[in-house]
Design a protein. Structure first.
Length: 382
């Protein structure tokens, strides 16, 4: 199991925990809302009974002061007293200015009838009226409070995640730059010594067959040192012929691969120019080609296609290897992700950094099919 599989599992566990906390909060709040709603219903029933008794002239022994206090104590629940045809007789706890408009009162009565069943009251033997009501502002706020609370928590977690990711990325960048600079520095000393020894061998008359091969290896080490030294600094970009650069990289890998691997390059006949830093860009192409060779296990075909668009250059590198699962399209570019027993998982991560940060381009898995191969796409601005 690689570190990104473990990371995904931890994310899943945190998501499940967050969902459980959210569900528990919603359940508890809903329980409180239901209880408060029952209390409000009881208060409205009491209010309706008090209203009925005050309106019923046949009940002469009624304590008017008590009933009046019951009615006046309702300061939170919006209530409408309506006749048999639901025309408004009186109201309480509604906007007094808006209530001057009959349209507003009728709309409120309709809302109340939709939210709760009207409470029927009978005045005498033949007169039937209704008490309409809706939830108090406190009950409404309590009902939506957990969603607001979860939203605030989610926003806090999102901002914290962005801050943590930014800090972690800055720390990773420092590690990248430090390792690259130190590697270039460590290679510099033995390279100088090798150059001196090469000149000594030439002076001693050593066969050019040997010295030429040694010189090629030294030049390769100098190229690698130059690449590492450019990490962390802003490399200079120059307009280069994309086909020429790609052909050079392919030729270099071809001489170091099996004869069972065929390489093809398809590109327009005319020159396509794009700003790039050749040593760094060739490093990217070599990383992708080496991964393709590993995926094909030394037997297959690699096709490089260059497409000229109006503002961009598309470079598609396809192989006939094992393929990449769709779930790993983004993960393979992260440091430490590898399917090799001896791999460090840094090649594609470094390639992504070079293309996106230094060349202001894009690199991604365009398509892949298990057992048939993978296509990487590099996008460069012209």
């Amino acid at each position: 199991m690689n570190i990104y599989t473990q990371k995904q599992r931890w994310k899943l566990l945190l998501l499940v925990a967050a969902l459980l906390i959210g569900a528990a909060s919603l359940w508890y709040t809903n329980k409180l809302v239901n209880k408060l709603s029952e209390e409000e219903y009881k208060r409205i029933q009491l209010w309706a009974e008090a209203t009925r008794r005050l309106a019923d002239v046949t009940e002469m022994n009624t304590d008017i002061n008590f009933l009046s206090s019951v009615i006046s104590n309702n300061n939170s629940i919006p209530v409408i007293w309506a006749d048999e045809e639901f025309k408004v007789i009186s109201y309480r706890n509604l906007d007094s200015l808006k209530a001057l408009d009959s349209t507003y009162l009728n709309r409120q009565a309709l809302i109340m009838r939709t939210e709760h069943d009207p409470i029927e009251i009978r005045i005498g033997q033949n007169l039937k009226q209704y008490i309409l009501y809706r939830d108090s502002d406190l009950l409404i706020r309590l009902r939506y409070y957990p969603y607001f609370q979860l939203g605030v928590i989610a926003l806090f977690l999102f901002v914290s995640y962005l801050a943590f990711s930014s800090s972690r990325k800055a720390e990773q960048n420092q590690v990248w730059v430090g390792m690259a600079k130190e590697t270039a520095h460590q290679l510099g000393t033995p390279l100088s010594s090798l150059l001196a020894w090469l000149e000594f061998l030439k002076i001693k008359g050593t066969s050019s067959e040997y010295t030429n091969e040694i010189e090629k290896d030294i030049q390769r080490l100098q190229t690698i040192t130059d690449r590492f030294s450019k990490i962390g600094s802003a490399p200079s970009l120059k307009k280069e012929n994309v086909r020429t650069v790609m052909q050079h990289s392919i030729d270099y890998i071809r001489t170091r691969s099996s004869d069972k691997v065929t390489f093809s390059l398809e590109a327009p006949a005319y020159d396509i120019q794009a700003p790039m830093n050749v040593p760094l860009f060739e490093w990217v192409v070599e990383n992708i080609l080496k991964n393709a060779l590993d995926a094909m296990e030394g037997n297959g075909r690699i096709l490089v296609m260059i497409t000229d668009q109006q503002q961009f250059v598309y470079i598609d590198i396809s192989d006939t290897g094992k393929g990449v699962p769709k779930s790993s399209y983004k993960t393979i570019f992260k440091p430490g992700f590898t399917t090799k027993n001896r791999g460090w998982g840094l090649g594609l991560s470094l390639s992504k950094r070079i293309i996106e940060e230094y060349h202001d381009g894009q690199i991604f898995v365009k398509s892949s099919e298990i057992g048939k191969g993978t296509t990487f796409r590099i996008v460069l601005k012209k």
